[in-house]
Ligand binder design. Structure first.
Ligand code: GYE
Length: 623
């Protein structure tokens, strides 16, 4: 073989070997040296199109960050395996866990334990309680409500019989979807749920269960609501195999994949589904922020669902990227903010946070105060509509009476952000996003302190409740949350509830009234905010009793003045309600201006404080 050929081959082989070495060195040097964070992703299964697209979204977003490594596990619909997977991931020393669960009840304690060690993001399917860093997902109760509405539309005036096909019953989302569906369907006189099947989110199980049911009973339904598209496809297969084609089928998830809901609607195999964003992209985005110790991390991000039927499926197809895309628009955003009033220290901190954030984010803000007058607040919003601002935001004084003016804003094409307080309207599409706290949970936390500190289970405990502004969301929800816990303890008695309108003056006045009536029989004051509690403290001292001792006092807000009262031993416990919503409101306003779809709800992360904790924290409290 001629010498030149041999040399060329040898040169070529040598070149190849060098190349391999360079690549290997490159990758190792890249992965080894620059991996700052290792993230573990625990999936309950990778059978359902929805779970698969969640992982794909995570992978796609994670690939944009070269300093993270992501380790994935698949529990293959086996809860014990998922518990072991999380143990294994912790064994790899992960810095953060992203977990989607199937069996919420079994997984809640496992996730709480992990949360004691590392940050945990719960994705798509909830767990019980609040022992995690961040929940990203949709409102499953609302999906059930939307399915009920779609059922009435599909069945029309004559109504009909319905079968519900449920997911895993130990899953929070199955319970919430079913409750949302049934609470609404049960109000319909002409619609009856004749049967319920449990198919654990699985297509084949739904198919088999339905076939068996239809074979043994003559009660044919007119519509079948399945908690996810995988089971809806199973329903379709069962009906198809029995040559039944008149029964309507509703699914949920709306994934754009073979056998995904979007394609099943397009192929007319099912009638309706609900696009349920997986949150995979947001999970990586927030994981990075959490690992870089960003302090503005919310507790819950509730993503918006979109109903898809044969009427609009093409829209979703043609604009399939619209849900996530945005046009970078560096035009200055004009934001009209109708503030409720200046009734409390919390409110002043809230207003300040909004003004400061607008300056920092270069947003053209008009903040006008309605001085706790709803008519005035409506007039301010009407004026913003006339001006044609880009976005309207407001802190609704009370829950009702907003339908008309918000319809005008919608007709004018101006999106509306609800800040700190929610509202009750016929059509939830009248508002775009809610940014604020979970007031019901705040009420639960206040009651839990009372339960944890009561001396006996028998001795009666007399409680005075100082309520906030009547029919306002915080007053309604904090009352409900407190009751949810206290009603399980028969010796806890709310002897009177008096409205102090969230102000110090009115709080004091109401406490004076209660002392005149009940005097030292009062054991506890539960105040819906700090200002009324401070007023109560003054009244109790003037009455000659010792606040925090003779009468225990619990409040909500956790402002500086509460920390002072806690440190002085005059207040016993306070539940935080975060007023610093400015930065999130500005980010939302800018994203809306850019045409980006923003979360339906952003629920802030909050703590509680005892007298001891307040003494430690007081210096750091900036409102
Ligand atoms: O608790 C109270 C204020 O809406 C959360 O309103 C807010 C409440 C807050 O007056 O201090």
């Amino acid at each position: 073989m001629n010498k030149r050929i041999v040399t060329t081959i040898m040169l070529f082989v040598a070149l190849m070997i060098c190349l391999v070495f360079v690549i290997l060195f490159q990758s190792n040097s890249h992965t080894e040296t620059e991996v700052d964070y290792v993230i573990g992703v625990s999936q309950p299964n990778l059978l359902e199109p929805w779970q698969i697209s969640m992982n794909e979204e995570i992978q796609e977003e994670a690939s944009k960050y070269h300093n993270i490594r992501v380790i994935y596990t698949d529990a293959a619909q086996n809860t014990q395996k998922q518990i072991d997977d999380i143990k294994t991931l912790k064994g790899y020393d992960i810095d953060l866990l992203i977990v989607s669960v199937e069996d919420s009840i079994a997984m809640t304690p496992v996730i709480s334990k992990a949360y004691n060690e590392i940050p945990v993001i719960v994705l798509g399917r909830g767990v019980e309680g609040y022992n995690y860093t961040l929940y990203i997902g949709t409102d499953h109760f609302l999906i059930g409500e939307m399915a009920a509405e779609a059922t009435t539309n599909l069945l029309g005036n004559q109504g009909g019989n319905v079968i519900e096909v449920q997911g895993l019953t130990s899953a929070v989302q199955a319970e919430e979807r079913s409750r949302g569906f049934r609470e609404n369907i049960n109000q319909m006189k002409n619609i009856k749920i004749i049967n319920t099947l449990v198919a654990n989110w699985q297509r084949d199980k739904a198919e088999d269960e339905l076939k068996a049911l239809l074979k043994k009973s003559n009660d044919q339904p007119d519509l079948i609501y399945a908690h996810n598209d995988a089971m809806a496809l199973g329903v379709y297969k069962a009906l198809h195999s029995l040559d039944i084609d008149h029964i309507k089928i509703i699914g949920s998830d709306g994934v754009d994949k073979p056998n995904g809901g979007l394609q099943l609607v397009k192929q007319k195999k099912i009638d309706t589904t609900f696009i349920t964003p997986t949150g995979g992209k947001q999970a990586i985005h927030y994981a990075i922020r959490i690992l870089e110790e960003d302090t503005e991390i919310p507790k819950k991000i509730i993503l918006r669902n979109h109903e898809v039927s044969s009427q609009n499926v093409e829209d979703f197809y043609h604009n399939r990227n619209d849900l996530t895309s945005h046009i970078e628009n560096d035009e200055k955003v004009t934001l009209g903010f109708a503030q409720v009033g200046n009734e409390s220290a919390w409110r002043s901190a809230n207003t300040e946070s909004i003004i400061k954030a607008a300056e920092q984010e270069n947003v053209d803000l008009q903040l006008i105060n309605a001085n706790n007058n709803q008519e005035k607040q409506i007039a301010i919003i009407r004026d913003f509509i006339k001006q044609g601002v880009d976005v309207i935001a407001f802190s609704p004084m009370v829950e009702n009476g907003w339908d008309e003016v918000l319809q005008e804003a919608k007709d004018a094409g101006i999106p509306v952000i609800l800040c700190d307080r929610e509202i009750k309207v016929q059509d939830d599409s009248l508002w775009t996003s809610f940014i604020g706290s979970d007031f019901v949970e705040e009420g639960r936390r206040a009651a839990q302190w009372v339960v944890d500190h009561k001396e006996s289970n028998t001795e009666t405990v007399n409680i005075i409740e100082l309520e906030g502004t009547k029919s306002s969301a915080p007053a309604t929800d904090r009352k409900q949350g407190f009751k949810e816990v206290s009603e399980h303890h028969p010796n806890l008695h709310i002897i009177d509830s008096l409205s102090g309108d969230f102000t110090l003056g009115k709080g004091k006045e109401m406490m004076e009234k209660a002392l005149q009536q009940f005097g030292s029989e009062i054991d506890i004051v539960y105040s819906h905010n700090d200002d009324m509690a401070i007023g109560a403290i003054e009244a109790i001292e003037e009455y000659g009793l010792q606040p925090g001792f003779d009468i225990k006092i619990i409040s909500i807000d956790a402002t500086n003045k509460a920390f002072k009262a806690l440190s002085a031993g005059k207040l016993n416990f306070t539940v935080e309600c975060n007023p610093l919503l400015g930065p999130q409101i500005m980010q939302a306003a800018k994203e809306l201006k850019n045409g980006t779809e923003i979360p339906m709800k952003i629920i802030t992360s909050e703590e509680t404080f005892t007298q001891e904790e307040a003494k430690k924290e007081i210096k750091k409290r900036n409102y």
